[in-house]
Design a protein around this ligand. Structure first.
Ligand code: ADP
Length: 434
């Protein structure tokens, strides 16, 4: 609560400071002397207030202009990064805020939260960022960057707020290690119980009466659920501390999705739901079944097993939370982005729930979900996997009408895809000849 208040305070303070910077220019151009005087006194007042806020909070705050040069760097930002705030003024933010990935390399532009906020004109939150300080010490950072837009929606700069979360992240890592060890240890005996129950239920190996069969079927179902829970816990713990196995290769999504849809159909058919695969924008003229139309190729660089896991998860949810109608898997894109969508005609999700949906263990609390089993980990795992590839996942939903889950992934041009595929095959043949 206090943190929310501080954030609200900081953004108000920064907004005041921004207005001050912008209005200073106007002020210099002229105006009546009397009103100027009153305005100056008022602004001075506001300036003092915003300075008090910016100087006293423990979160780092910075403001950059449209040329990406730092215009404001509060004392806490200086303490966290090791930079003297005065020395940062006028410098390109990249020289000061050195975001690095887990290999210690600088962030690619499409992962840099400041760059994303400026280019995509949206607020970006990154709770998994790492930053090299001036003394080259690596810190874990939680950062939020918002673009500053003028009345015509042109980007005039960006404002960011960040916190050193190294200690929290270390503690989180220890917790994740515990969960992953515990779930791994528990999964093994559960698998054995499940196996023996399956043998007991198998007519060819066991003879049981109908009452015993009924009990064992229930036990088998619960054990399967428990096994799934441990598996999800293990995957989410791995996703949290970056230990998810990940072997990205070039994947052409339209062919992958087409064959995946075929495999997934059966689960939907059990509930009499129809399944459709649509290539191109919704209502597009491109015919997914072939015909004479040249199908666009949507190349991305991902681990096919991981992305299949995401699609299967979203598809299973669509089936799980839909009683009648259809599930549609769609694929479209532009030059830079491939967009995948999975729509259903099911229960839908209320707006107050959609914002929490991708958090760990979040399940919508209503009669529909209470009767349908689940762990609340599926969408969290999906988000973690999509973020691994610098992608984004979100949902649009209307209660009682249905939901559409979207995934945006960076698109590879056909040329780039061919080059990468060529590199992949020469690496594989080099490994094979060793
Ligand atoms: P779960 O194992 O509970 O399905 P998920 O993380 O996959 O966990 O989903 C979280 C919650 O989001 C679900 O409990 C459900 O309430 C809601 N949900 C997910 N997908 C859909 C959907 N297609 N339609 C309606 N509700 C959904």
């Amino acid at each position: 609560m206090l943190y929310m208040f501080i954030i609200a305070g900081v953004f108000t303070g920064v907004a005041v400071a921004t207005v001050l910077i912008l209005s200073k220019k106007k002020h210099q151009k002229g105006g009546s002397k009397g009103t100027d005087h009153a305005l100056a006194a008022n602004l001075q007042d506001e300036k003092v207030k915003s300075e008090i806020i910016l100087n006293s909070i423990e979160d780092g705050v910075f403001l950059i202009d449209e040329q990406r040069a730092i215009q404001l760097f509060n004392p806490a930002a200086g303490v966290i990064t090791g930079w003297d705030p005065k020395q940062t003024l006028g410098i390109d933010y990249k020289s000061v805020l050195k975001f690095i990935n887990e290999k210690g390399e600088p962030y690619a532009p499409e992962k840099d939260p400041v760059n994303i906020a400026l280019t995509e004109k949206r607020t970006v939150k990154d709770n998994q960022a790492s930053l090299a300080t001036q003394a080259k010490k690596v810190l874990s950072l939680a950062i939020t960057v918002s673009p500053l837009l003028d009345a015509e929606k042109n980007v005039r700069g960006a404002v960011g707020i960040f916190r050193d979360v190294s200690q929290e992240r270390q503690e989180g890592q220890k917790r994740a290690e515990f969960v992953s060890t515990a779930s791994h240890e528990m999964r093994t005996p559960v698998a054995a119980i499940e196996g023996y129950l399956a043998l007991a239920l198998n007519d060819k190996v066991s003879t049981i009466d109908s009452k015993a069969r009924d009990f064992l079927e229930k036990a088998h179902e619960s054990t399967q659920h428990l096994g799934q829970l441990f598996q999800d816990l293990l995957t989410s713990a791995k996703a949290e501390d970056g230990r998810l196995t990940n072997h990205p290769v070039v994947v052409e999504l339209s062919s992958m999705l087409e064959s995946l849809t075929d495999g997934l159909k059966f689960a939907a058919q059990k509930k009499a739901l129809s399944v459709e695969f649509v290539l191109g924008a919704p209502n597009s003229v491109i015919d997914a079944s072939g015909g004479n139309v040249v199908k666009p190729l949507y190349y991305v660089q991902v681990d096919p097993d991981r992305i299949r896991e995401v699609i299967t998860n979203l598809f299973d949810n669509a089936v799980k939370y839909t009683d009648a109608g259809k599930v549609t898997i769609g694929l479209t894109g532009d030059t830079n982005v491939v967009q995948l969508r999975i729509s259903d005609t099911g229960h839908g999700i209320a707006a107050e729930d959609t914002q929490h949906l991708f958090e760990k263990f979040y399940r919508v609390d209503n009669s529909n979900t209470r009767t349908v089993g689940g762990t609340g980990l599926g969408l969290f795992i999906c988000r973690k996997i999509v973020e691994l590839y610098n992608g984004r996942i979100w949902v649009d939903s209307v209660v009682d009408k249905g939901s559409t889950f979207y995934i945006n992934l960076p698109r590879l041009s056909s040329d780039r895809a061919q080059t990468l595929m060529h590199e992949e095959s020469s690496q594989t043949s080099a490994l094979g000849s060793k």
